[in-house]
Design a protein around this ligand. Structure first.
Ligand code: BG6
Length: 475
């Protein structure tokens, strides 16, 4: 059951992923149907027609195949005004589809809805007796999960009234990205990296999620959220947890998530000068002239929402004491790029000519999650010739070269959801721990700096690494 079935997420992400997943699983898939639920008074045929158009627009199928698939798998239930009678009708509809299509009665309620709409829907599912079905029932919630610590705690409490934690799947789509999952393999299957993954060998770590897109057509959501709530608290903090966590005792969901929570709990309280907020002004990207954020459609002229945020985090743990983590994300930056750059320490003794010890290049490991998934290890070599001249060279691995295009994150997450593997979903205490990290900034937001669209954010953000003797990789 997808709530918000006529919405943007369903059209752009869920439907294409559901189509691909059912094509990939083929006859091996357990029998399933997708019941779109929304207020609009559609019938099955109209919903199937709209879905066919979305699949064609997304480029996953041609019209005849999309139409066949939609007819077979998609059904629709109108929620009307969303009152008790409507949910009683929904229950009857679900039971009818299960009976007609001989389904085993396992149910997934996927709420592709804004945070504020969720408590009401979950409460109504509970009152209609839908939280417990003939088989298992799972509840899926999209990010952002709440808007701060208090609202996330309240939302967790509401969900737990109807669904046990073990059947709640909080989505952060970054966890479904192949390269994000690979972080665990990369770290824990390779003696080479794990043995140097600590304060003795690493000087600092950068995590960047840069986007060249602006606010697009999401003004009403984005202006209330901003970069901290939209990206930093979720996606970047997830990347930080995976990069910094201790070795879990197994790959079981809770073993992994316990270690991620410990990372968040080890973060020292943020100080005002650890955070820089920015908002894009007018600028250029290539030949395109870009409007300032405050002139984008639907954005109030005096908006103080940040479209860029950078933070410097200190982890109070044996592994990471003294190793700063610099995180930054922004819209209207020069390119789309998601990467983790691990900077190793410089050698303790230096006897090569040419540069002073403080100036030599340190080894770096650049793990790129988008757009060219892979990694790159930079190291020094001697340039051939009589004199000793050092040069930086790179070993690289690209997923695309080895495996071709990667599956979309939602496909991975949907399969895990059907299988009941919660490893790549965010646990209730984890989401609260992430909000706790940023609570001081949300309570007292630091000043907003302006940056020209198409640049790497406000100049003030350079200060975060520079004050500790480092620099952003692109600076
Ligand atoms: C979403 C944010 O969660 O992630 C968007 O709401 C952002 O603002 C998007 O553009 C980025 O995702 P990806 O997978 O394109 O990096």
């Amino acid at each position: 059951m997808v709530f918000g079935a006529t919405g943007d997420l369903m059209r752009r992400k869920l439907l294409p992923a559901l189509y691909e997943v059912s094509a990939a699983l083929g006859g091996g898939a357990p029998p399933f149907r997708i019941l779109g639920c929304a207020r609009a008074p559609l019938d099955d045929t109209a919903f199937q027609r709209e879905a066919t158009a979305s699949l064609v627009a997304a480029g996953v199928a041609r019209a005849p195949a999309a139409r066949r698939w939609a007819r077979k798998f998609l059904r629709y239930a109108s929620l009307g005004a969303g009152g008790p009678d409507d949910y009683a009708a929904l229950r009857r509809r679900i039971e009818q589809v299960e009976a007609v299509d001989r389904l085993p009665g396992h149910r997934i309620f996927y709420l592709a809805l804004p945070s504020e709409a969720i408590p009401d829907v979950v409460g109504r599912l509970g009152s209609a007796g839908l939280a417990r079905g003939p088989g298992w029932s799972r509840l899926v919630i999209e990010k952002p999960f709440g808007t701060d610590l208090a609202s996330a705690e309240a939302l967790n409490a509401e969900l737990h009234r109807e669904f046990p934690e073990g059947s709640i799947y909080r989505i952060d789509h970054y966890l479904g990205k192949e390269t994000v999952q690979n972080l665990l393999v990369f770290r824990f299957a390779n003696m080479l990296f794990e043995s140097v993954w600590n304060r003795d060998r690493i000087s600092h770590v950068e995590i960047t999620v840069a986007e060249s897109l602006g606010v697009e057509d999401r003004a009403s959501y984005y202006d209330g959220a901003g970069a901290l709530r939209d990206m930093l608290q979720s996606h970047l903090t997830q990347l930080l947890s995976l990069a910094a966590m201790e070795v879990p005792s197994s790959l079981e969901a809770d073993a992994v998530r316990n270690e991620k929570v410990k990372v968040l709990e080890s973060i020292e309280p943020l100080r005002p000068d650890d955070v820089v907020r920015g908002q894009y002004g007018a600028g250029r990207l290539g030949t395109a002239r870009l409007a300032p954020y405050r002139r984008e459609a639907g954005i109030p002229r005096g908006s103080t929402t940040e479209t860029y945020v950078a933070v410097r985090l200190r982890l109070n743990s044996w592994r990471w004491q003294g190793v700063p983590f610099f995180l930054r994300t922004g819209k209207r930056l020069p390119e789309k790029r998601t990467e983790i750059v691990v900077h190793f320490r410089r050698p303790p003794v230096w006897f090569f000519p040419g540069s002073a010890p403080g100036e030599i290049s340190a080894n770096t490991l650049r793990i790129t999650l988008q757009p060219d998934e892979g990694f790159e290890l930079a190291f020094e070599i001697k340039r051939p010739g009589h004199a000793i001249v050092l040069e930086t060279h790179r070993l690289h691995f690209l997923y695309a070269e080895a495996f071709g295009p990667l599956a979309d994150a939602y496909q991975t997450l949907l399969i895990d959801l059907m299988r009941g593997d919660a490893t790549l979903f965010v646990r209730g205490d984890e989401v609260e721990a992430a909000w706790r990290v940023y609570a001081p900034v949300l309570q007292r937001p630091p000043p907003l700096h302006r940056y020209p669209a198409g640049t790497w954010g406000p100049r003030d953000a350079d200060r975060l690494p520079v004050e500790l003797g480092h620099a952003w990789s692109d600076a």
